[in-house]
Design a protein around this ligand. Structure first.
Ligand code: C2E
Ligand code: MG
Ligand code: MG
Length: 695
């Protein structure tokens, strides 16, 4: 007896059949079968309540039951156990009937030999197992198809619908029973969303090409009642056993939500959240298209780069919320200045770009720039404020100024900068010579990053002199850039770029550290301590960590605050008067000296400057140079000196170059001077030599 022998239950007379059966199976060499015999139906049913029976051999004539009812009872008792019916010659029809009701097969009583019987048993056991597996498989498929969120529809080779799952029923509007047998094109109607023409049915193709076909892009499914649903689909061929295509399955799903979301995402990616105007990305697209069109028709177009004047001032003094509302107001007005075929976009910050997609002549751009200026002029009511803004505009023209979007925007931007330089609230057409400047600025900016990293900056020092005694009263630290190729570069050539790019902050921090370190070193060498003056740009001064940095540098270098003088130009003081006073007062409280640099160039009155806690007034060198040459310049110098003195300031004349200037300044009782007449700015090593004879 083998461990995995197959247990057969024989329900029937023990004799003669039982014995011959037992004999037929026992004859087998491999002991594959174990036979249990019960004579009556009740015994059989009883046994089947227990597990372990692989197949039943059933005689339909039992002492306690006859005919087809015998089969029915056994079948009901163990529906999963295969049943082989033993048929007598005279009741073969009953046996056949049993087969239609679930028996696996029947065998003539006289065929119960050791050849036929084991084979028949094996076959029915295998078939029953296969049937069970198939049933399970089908169950699984049914449950899956009924519960998934995708719609599934299948057809035969001729394109006749053979199956729909519930989702497909819902989406097509066709009940399965109605749809079956109809042509697929009738049930699954799809059109191209853009063209509104019938779309190619992917099933036909899947069948023709015998491969899985991906999505039909941009497809709408028309439901039976006409309702349209955007769908995505894929179709796969179905094969028979021999690998022949016999139909296709299409799987599709409703993508209206996903599509709406992606449309929304596309919109967001192309528009500015604040003003709802097209953003940089969309402008680039439109400009590129417009260029292609203009090229084809031999027409021109214009790009206007617009930057609001002093917008930062609004933002800084009134807050971002007001600034944002102002930008929205500006955006609305800009849109009214152009045709609907033109594009107004926001590049970010307070920069806008307007694309005039068709202009006959450059004058049209001119007119539009003026129109914009006029539109922006009336005050913008934002909260309780009536805000006045102006814009500076740079204009570039296709094809004159460049062949592509990037170049045209860059040219317009360059022209805008040029216009700003020449005063605000204007516009300016791009001119080729401007380019060089932009390129130059870019090169400088890149160079400055490198210079910071590689410590290419040095400080030169220039003394200030008491005009009566000739004694040195202080020293001004002036930055130079030791450029690896260009040699020594002067601040006028890179400080403006550093200011625009924000790099002035780290550069200025370095200057302050280095100047204080040098001052400390001189003191440590036993020289007479005196104030070192450091120039501070507006951007540095406004940096929130400025005060903290000054304090730290003084502490680190054990430098008394009175040995530091901070120089601010008139314009950077005036720009943010309120916050400036606070910072200046904090510096003054610390003990730092404060100077107004380049005084006289900023058009502000001395009485106005009185609100600032200042110690030193430096008269701009342009006035000093005009001494004697221009009576008007001379009189300004005189006025400044006397007013400065009366307000208790130290007054320093900058750019003092000649004996004549010196004599004149002395007679005007100007206290100090700084200039090449005494010494130009020199390196620290050379400056030490100045200290001896003068100090
Ligand atoms: P500033 O603060 O008014 O400095 C005086 C400028 O006049 C210096 O130019 C100096 O070299 C020049 N100068 C001195 N004596 C004479 C003279 O007799 N005749 C003439 N023609 N010029 C004279 P520099 O060094 O080229 O600096 C120019 C400006 O750059 C400075 O003007 C200052 O505003 C700025 N600057 C210099 N160093 C720094 C710095 O470290 N940080 C910042 N933010 N700005 C700086
Ligand atoms: Mg200065
Ligand atoms: Mg100056």
């Amino acid at each position: 007896m083998t461990a995995n022998a197959t247990r057969i239950l024989v329900v029937g007379h023990d004799d003669p059949d039982g014995r011959s059966i037992r004999k037929a199976l026992a004859d087998l060499q491999d002991g594959a079968f174990i036979v249990e015999c019960v004579p009556r139906l009740v015994d059989g049913l009883e046994r089947l309540r227990e597990p372990g029976i692989a197949a039943v051999l059933l005689d339909l004539r039992l002492p306690d039951s006859q005919g087809i009812a015998t089969f029915d009872q056994v079948w009901r008792a163990a529906p999963h156990v295969p049943i082989l019916v033993i048929a007598s010659p005279d009741d073969e029809d009953v046996a056949a009937q049993a087969v239609t009701r679930g028996a696996q097969d029947y065998l003539q009583r006289d065929r119960l030999d050791s050849y036929t019987l084991p084979r028949a048993l094996k076959r029915i056991i295998e078939r029953k197992a296969a049937d069970e597996a198939l049933f399970l498989e089908q169950q699984r498929a049914d449950v899956t198809l009924n519960s998934i969120g995708d719609a599934v529809l299948s057809t035969d080779l001729s394109g006749t619908v053979t199956y729909l799952n519930p989702v497909a029923e819902r989406m097509t509007g066709w009940a399965r029973q109605e749809a079956l047998g109809r042509p697929v094109a009738e049930v699954f109607q799809i059109i191209d969303a853009a063209m509104r023409e019938p779309a190619r049915n992917p099933m036909d193709q899947a069948i023709q090409l015998d491969r899985v076909l991906g999505l039909t892009p941009n497809c709408l499914l028309i439901r039976r009642d006409g309702f349209e649903t955007p769908i995505e689909d894929s179709a796969s061929p179905i094969h028979d056993r021999g690998g022949q295509v016999i139909g296709a399955v299409i799987v599709f799903r409703d993508v209206s939500q996903a599509r709406a979301m992606s449309l929304q995402a596309v919109y967001l990616a192309q528009h500015d959240f604040l003003t709802d105007l097209p953003n940089r990305v969309l402008l680039n697209d439109r400009l590129t298209q417009a260029i292609a069109l203009a090229h084809r028709h031999g027409q021109r177009l214009a790009v206007l780069f617009l930057d609001l004047d002093r917008f930062k001032h609004v933002n800084d003094s009134l807050g971002h919320a007001i600034g944002d509302t102002l930008l929205q107001s500006v955006a609305r007005r800009l849109v009214t200045c152009v045709r609907s075929s033109d594009t107004v976009s926001r590049q970010g910050g307070d920069e806008f770009v307007v694309l005039l997609s068709e202009i006959g002549h450059a004058d049209d751009a001119d007119a539009c720039a003026q129109k914009i200026g006029n539109a922006l002029a009336p005050p913008h009511d934002v909260g309780d404020h009536h805000l006045h803004v102006t814009a500076t505009i740079g204009i570039s023209i296709y094809p004159d100024d460049g062949p592509d979007a990037e170049t045209l925007i860059k040219c317009a931007d360059t022209a805008m900068y040029q216009a700003k330089d020449g005063g605000r609230n204007t516009y300016q057409f791009f001119e080729p010579h401007m380019n060089a400047r932009a390129v130059e600025r870019q090169a400088i900016e890149a160079g400055l990053h490198r210079a910071l990293a590689r410590s290419e900056f040095v400080l030169h020092y220039q003394p200030t002199i008491d005009l009566d005694t000739g004694a040195m009263t202080g020293v001004e630290a002036l930055i130079r850039w030791a450029h690896p190729e260009r040699g020594l570069v002067f601040p006028n050539d890179f400080v403006p770029v550093a200011e625009d790019s924000g790099l002035i902050v780290p550069i200025g921090q370095w200057v302050l550290c280095e100047a204080c370190r040098q001052a400390r070193a001189w003191i440590d060498e036993g020289r007479r301590p005196m104030a070192v003056a450091v120039n501070i740009s507006a951007a540095e001064f406004r940096d929130p960590r400025f005060l903290e940095h000054v304090r730290a540098v003084l502490t680190d270098n054990r430098l008394d605050a009175r040995y530091l003088q901070i120089e601010l130009t008139e314009s950077s003081l005036v720009r943010h008067a309120e916050s400036t006073v606070v910072t200046l007062q904090a510096l003054k409280d610390m003990g730092v000296q404060l100077a107004i640099d380049d005084f006289g160039t900023g058009y502000s009155s001395l009485s106005y400057l009185r609100q600032f806690p200042i110690n030193v007034l430096k008269i701009d060198q342009s006035f000093v140079h005009e001494i004697s040459a221009d009576p008007m310049g001379t009189s300004i110098v005189c006025a400044v000196i006397s007013m400065g003195r009366s307000l208790g300031y130290r007054v320093i004349a900058e750019g003092l170059e000649t004996e004549e200037q010196l004599v004149f300044l002395r007679t005007q009782r100007c206290s100090e001077g700084q200039g090449n007449y005494f010494s130009g700015p020199v390196g620290a090593a050379q400056f030490v030599r100045l200290l001896e004879p003068i100090g």
